[in-house]
Design a protein around this ligand. Structure first.
Ligand SMILES: Nc1ncnc2c1ncn2[C@@H]1O[C@H](COP(=O)(O)OP(=O)(O)O)[C@@H](O)[C@H]1O
Ligand SMILES: [Mg+2]
Length: 236
């Protein structure tokens, strides 16, 4: 059995009177790609935000490398090695590609040259466009930039909120190729997707989130052939 790097237990998150996440539990083994799939509004983004320290859970616990990080500050969680690529990329439009990349390392004081070289190696397109304003990049390039920026914090666990949203199929394929490559280089990935088909093909293990609760779970391959998953999420 591989080590569990991130463990969520009985997580509950409310927004005022709305119960967005109703007591979910799941584990992320070190070195794996784990995905949470589910319809719009199921609680996927809220779950990632709670892990990242951006919303406070009502109850439950989040453990990272054996330490309880529930309710810690988001900057503490980034410093420990858990980084979120938020939904909708949110690059700084009026800053250059390189400036955006450097912002991802805001918690660090050591030399960034090696890591900039690393992300340029992963995303040659960004290297070519280092001096271009981020707002003028295509949607796919902005997603690459958001991932590159997140990698500058040297995460052990990279969380991604719907990286494929609004991108053309060919561009989506490129993003998923990059997710696999980053994982191959040793980064554990927790991926949230409405594009269940791509997510299940990419993931080692998957959980289905249904209105705040975990329904099915299994390997990506198991869920791809599950009749209920096919009907509800794969459009067949
Ligand atoms: N800031 C917020 N305030 C109030 N309700 C919210 C907020 N963000 C999300 N919700 C609600 O919480 C539920 C889960 O949302 P979310 O986690 O964004 O789902 P998903 O990412 O799976 O689409 C939805 O019912 C949504 O309307
Ligand atoms: Mg969402």
């Amino acid at each position: 059995m591989s080590d569990i790097i991130l463990s969520v237990k009985d997580l509950q998150v409310n927004y005022g009177g709305i119960e967005a996440v109703k007591g979910i539990s799941f584990d992320v083994p070190a070195g794996d790609i784990v995905t949470l799939i589910g319809a719009n509004g199921a609680g996927k983004s809220t779950t990632l935000k709670a892990i990242a320290g951006l919303v406070k859970p009502r109850s439950g616990s989040i453990e990272f490398e054996g330490a309880n990080i529930t309710g810690k500050d988001s900057s503490d969680i980034v410093a420990r090695g858990v980084t979120l690529v938020p939904e909708g990329r949110r690059v700084f439009a009026n800053m250059t590609v390189l400036e955006n990349i450097k912002i991802g390392a805001y918690l660090r004081k050591d030399s960034l040259d090696e890591d900039i070289a690393w992300v340029y190696d992963l995303f040659p397109r960004l290297k070519e466009r280092a001096w271009q304003l981020a707002g003028t990049l295509s949607g796919g390039e902005q997603q690459m930039l958001a991932v590159a920026r997140a990698l500058m914090s040297r995460p052990k666990v990279l969380m991604m909120d719907e990286p494929s949203l609004g991108l053309a199929p060919l561009v989506v394929k490129g993003i998923f190729d990059i997710i696999r490559e980053i994982n191959k280089q040793g980064v554990t990935v927790l991926l949230i997707e409405q594009n269940a088909n791509m997510a299940l093909k990419t993931a080692d293990y998957a959980y289905v989130l249904e209105t705040g609760r975990i329904g099915l779970s299994g390997t990506g391959a198991e869920l791809l052939t599950n009749e209920d998953v096919k009907k509800a999420y794969l459009g067949s």
